[in-house]
Design a protein around this ligand. Sequence first.
Ligand code: ADP
Ligand code: MG
Length: 729
Amino acid sequence: MEMDEATQPKDPPKISRLDDSVVNRIAAGEVIQRPVSAVKELVENSLDAHSTSISIVVKDGGLKLIQVSDDGHGIRYDDLPILCERHTTSKLSTFEDLQTVKSMGFRGEALASMTYVGHVTVTTITKGQLHGYRVSYRDGVMEHEPKACDAVKGTQIMVENLFYNMIARRKTLQNSADDYSKIVDLLSRFAIHHIHVGFSCRKHGAGRADVHTVAASSRLDAIRSVYGVSVARSLIKIEAADHNPSSSVFKMDGFISNSNYVAKKIIMVLYINDRLVECTALKRAVEIVYAATLPKASKPFIYMSIVLPPEHVDVNVHPTKREVSLLNQEVIIEKIQSVVESKLRNSNESRTFREQIVEQSPLGSISMDKDPNFSPSPSGSKSQKVPVHKMVRTDSLDPAGRLHAYLQVKPCGPLENNPSLTAVRSSVRQRRNPKEGADLTSIQELIDEIDCNCHSGLLEVVRHCTYVGMADDIFAVLQHDTHLYLANVVNLSKELMYQQVLRRFAHFNAMQLSDPAPIFELIMMALKEDNSDPGCHENDGLIEKIAEMNTELLKQKAGLLEDYFCVHIDIRGNLSRLPVILEQYTPDMDRVPEFVLCLGNDVDWEDEKNCFQSISAALGNFYAMHPPMLPNPSGDGMQFYKKRKPLRNPEDEENTPENIGDDTTGENEIEQELLSEAETVWAQREWSIQHVLFPSMRLFFKPPTSMATNGTFVRVASLEKLYKIFERC
Ligand code: ADP
Ligand code: MG
């Protein structure tokens, strides 16, 4: 076999040591990714120097100038020569110190990095000195001897022409939106945590500061002065703690927004051991609680400060220290999640309670005959606290929303006893607001059935279990106390979705399908799949007939499906919108045909309660976390992705470079594209199971008694017994 030059194996390339200046510049580019990262490092240095006042001036989004001045302890004259060398720090000396480090800096990289990608000038004075010193740095070293100069208390660091030597970075930053807003955002976050430090941040030449705080007396005052009165007004204080070394040890306190707060984006300001960090898992967990507890509510504002023993936090997992990793993170997140949830619930209940009192009074004085437009909400007849999941928002345009209970209108008092009056009222209600038209009694009955049928032992397991992992395609392993369980995620998710549909009834957020799908085609697909006998063509006519009838039926029922379930079928018979049942989760679209067929075939449209029940069940089945259609590549499923071809001598199977390009041309052993698609969908499913299904179950799920015996939960082992066995080994 001939080979041309290009495919001829070349000698391996020679390895040589990079020049220090190159190494340093590469490293610097990582630490200082953009102007806001330089500001963060400089402000953290000022905080580490115990400053009580820090002011920042920024020019050109930080590319021309960043200047940070503080009144901290200053820098010794003797330290100036090595101040900007890499890995010089006053905050850490042994590796063990890292376990207990309290300062924000410890890597000794920030200032050095800035000198490799910008021009740095330091002016500083220490206590008891008559004058200060000023010196400029490049590439880690002083450009000249420090010069004596006038100075007020503390340090001022000036970074000019950031990324002057990194053309691509400078260009992208110039084109991208100004970093200044990021800097303002950062300073706002610092200001509400370090309330005993005054911050100011302004653009060069501007008279007014965009962030301006003086040392405040309380956290709430600080939040008010930075984020405004309307934010501060809608906050609830939260606290949580655990002192149990076998589960977790932490203390958390903070503020979270209540249902009055309106915003498009979540603001989460998180401090862990006084370090401003990101924690995506915690953020998601909180968002899920909001989405589920306040349907249609806006995104929350969250300030949280978590304190843990320093040895439980690894601060050294990210070069810019933006992320940390925690011991027992899952447990801590769960604890916080449940505190947030109960706070939100309480704040909602008191709202409802107040409103119901207000609405109750006119009921006695206005006669229904005089005012036929008056339609009291069902809850108006009774004031009592109702769990959040049984409330609905009656006015989706007012996100601060008035929440009303799905309460049965029970006869109580003379007005309610008059049957004709009730009929008039419900028809009035129906005309004014079609969504309120359904007699909510049937939904309430279905929800009551769920509550009555709940298995208390399983509820305890669901509330307090830890997700261990997937045992196979269907079963997850859970740990509760000292027991291990196998839990069928398909059954669980199907039932959870069903319950959530009833709870969110008529108040769903919508997800838009990118391509509206004709329901006729969908039903045809589903019917053909059901009836997949390839030779059998006589049925085709019949199938088409059924599909047509079902399509007509669903078009007729489009109003109901849309109003109560957010399933939108447009006039041309296309399915274009579906409900969000759990935030962060979209169902497997491969199952749409089956769902539409089920709506057409299995729903009882005559009886209201049966109708709602069967549609909710159909949605539950559709949204359940079934195993994806593509076989699971990790395991036996891998067979599916091997290209089928005539059996060959096993020695030929070795896929050496030589035999690619000969007679096996194009015939890869494995269908790569399909395989990687399968890997993605399986990974996504597992993510959803861990991060959406189980957290939501902890909050909302009422396991039906049948699950104790039908194989949904199976107790597989008791850890105590296992330990005993291991002890013997
Ligand atoms: P690190 O903060 O990781 O120690 P830096 O490069 O940020 O590394 O800073 C190096 C050292 O310079 C710090 O350890 C500190 O001693 C000193 N320093 C930097 N900024 C200030 C400041 N504003 N006030 C006092 N000392 C400072
Ligand atoms: Mg630092």
